[in-house]
Design a protein around this ligand. Structure first.
Ligand code: AMP
Length: 211
């Protein structure tokens, strides 16, 4: 878990690879539904554009369908879920049958840095690789180094929407952080520095267990 722009997508990818399980990002899943023009995609789009959360019933159904698939039996890393108390309760219930949630990693980054990261972010349309116009630019402007795809700015990374997303995060997701802290599962990780620095901090913290 972590606020928008905390680097949770990048770290979730690396963590999933390191421990040999699959990773699922609810944001990526919603965006892929939108690109395919599904009903779920159309429903989610209206909320995402303005920086609001997609309603719990829709989000929870989508995630639970994914979790129960046989491919996930060995475990998984969730990125961007749960983001509300309702989602956390649904996840805790579902995960009980498969051994429960082991750890919740919470990426901590100061607010000013989040805004700078998000408003300069670009994403590849093809492979979803993230870039930053200032901190991590591609070799050729607007072209993905990995797959040659076109880079674009997400609508919800524009400044007005970024502010709204951070406000919604504080209000809705703040209580979820407290919920997992009380359960003794929360591991705070310093999310500043390079992706490699953060990965090292995250590996060290997960090796020793919750705070
Ligand atoms: P992300 O890619 O994680 O920044 O998510 C982008 C947007 O997708 C969010 O601003 C929400 O509109 C929506 N979204 C992603 N995950 C969730 C979730 N767990 N609950 C509700 N909405 C979500």
């Amino acid at each position: 878990m972590g606020p928008p722009g905390s680097g949770k997508g990048t770290q979730a990818d690396r963590l999933a690879e390191r421990v040999g399980v699959t990773r699922m990002s609810t944001g990526d899943l919603f965006r892929s539904h939108q690109e395919r023009g599904t009903e779920l995609g159309r429903l989610a789009e209206g909320y995402m554009k303005v920086g609001e959360y997609v309603p719990d019933d829709v989000t929870v159904r989508m995630v639970m369908e994914w979790i129960v698939a046989p491919e996930q039996a060995e475990g998984f890393v969730l990125d961007g879920f749960p983001r509300t108390i309702g989602q956390a309760e649904a996840l805790d219930r579902e995960a009980e049958g498969i051994g429960g949630i082991d750890r919740v990693i919470y990426m901590e980054v100061p607010r000013g840095e989040l805004v700078a990261r998000l408003t300069g972010r670009q994403v590849c349309r093809g492979c979803q690789s993230p870039y930053h116009v200032g901190f991590a630019p591609p070799a050729v402007r607007d072209v993905c180094d990995r797959c040659g795809g076109e880079l674009y700015q997400r609508d919800d990374d524009k400044i007005g929407v970024v502010e709204r997303r951070l406000g919604v995060y504080d209000q809705e997701t703040g209580p979820v952080i407290d919920h997992y802290r009380r359960a003794g599962k929360l591991i705070g990780v310093d999310g500043t520095g390079t992706a490699d620095d953060v990965e090292r901090a995250l590996s060290a913290a997960t090796a020793t267990g919750p705070d």
